[in-house]
Design a protein around this ligand. Structure first.
Ligand SMILES: N[C@@H](CCC(=O)N[C@@H](CS)C(=O)NCC(=O)O)C(=O)O
Length: 197
C-alpha cells in the first residue's frame, strides 16, 4: 500500500502526522509542498490549502485529526489512543485543545486575515505568546499519572503537546521548565525518540 504525505517544512500539523506514521512504522513517501504550490496546484489535492494531506488507497484524507484517527484505526498497534474509554477521551481532549483552541487562531492564514497590519516579527511574537499562554492553562491537567501527558504511556496527547511547544520555541518564546521536562521524559522512550520527525 502506497502512502503519500503532503507536507511543508516547519508545519506543526504535518509533524503530528509524521510522528504518528513513524511511531507506527508505516512506510510512506513525503512530498514537500512549496508555498507557491499551496495556493495554486496543491488546491487540487486539498481545496482548504492546508498541509498535511495523506494520499492512501486512491483517496486523499485532509485535516490532521482525521488523518491520525484513520491511521490509529488502520494500524492499531502500537496504539496511540490509550487503553480504555476514559483515557481515550482525555487524550482526545488534549488533542482537540491543541488543534482547535491553540493552533487554529495562530495559523498564518488566520493572522493574515485578522491582523493584516502586523509585520512578520510582530505576528511571530503574537503566535508564540498565544501558544505559551494556552499551554500554561493545559499544564495543570496533564502529566498527572506519569511524565506522559495522559496516563502511563506515550500517546497522541504527547505528540500534540510536544509539537506545539516546539513551535512556540521556534517563535522565540522563553523555555518552560514544565514542557522541557515533558519533552525530556518522552524522549527517554527510545521508540518515541527515533520516531520524532
Ligand atoms: N486544521 C488543519 C490545519 C492545518 C494547518 O494549519 N496547516 C498549516 C501548516 S501547520 C498550513 O498549511 N498553512 C498554510 C498557510 O497558512 O498558508 C489540520 O489540522 O490539518
Amino acid at each position: 500500500m502506497d502512502v503519500l504525505l503532503y507536507s511543508t517544512k516547519g508545519s506543526n500539523s504535518s509533524e503530528r502526522v509524521e510522528w504518528t506514521l513513524n511511531f507506527k512504522r508505516v512506510p510512506y513517501n513525503r512530498i514537500e509542498v512549496s508555498s507557491e504550490e499551496l495556493t495554486t496546484t496543491y488546491l487540487d489535492i486539498n481545496p482548504f490549502g492546508y498541509v498535511p494531506s495523506l494520499a492512501v488507497g486512491g483517496s486523499v484524507i485532509t485535516e490532521s485529526m482525521a488523518i491520525i484517527e484513520y491511521l490509529e484505526e488502520r494500524f492499531p498497534n502500537p496504539t496511540l489512543l490509550g487503553r480504555d474509554l476514559i483515557e481515550r477521551a482525555h487524550i482526545r481532549r488534549v488533542c482537540e485543545y491543541v488543534n482547535s483552541s491553540i493552533h487554529s487562531p495562530q495559523n498564518r492564514t488566520v493572522l493574515r486575515f485578522l491582523r493584516p497590519e502586523l509585520d512578520e516579527a510582530s505576528k511571530r511574537d503574537l503566535r508564540g505568546e498565544w501558544i505559551l499562554q494556552c499551554l500554561e492553562k493545559l499544564r495543570i491537567s496533564i502529566c498527572i499519572d506519569s511524565g506522559y501527558a495522559v496516563g502511563k504511556e506515550f500517546s497522541l496527547a504527547d505528540i500534540f503537546v510536544a509539537s506545539i511547544y516546539k513551535k512556540a520555541l521556534q517563535h522565540g518564546c522563553t523555555e518552560s521548565q514544565f514542557y522541557n521536562k515533558h519533552l525530556s521524559y518522552i524522549r527517554g522512550n527510545r521508540s518515541v525518540l527515533v520516531s520524532e520527525p
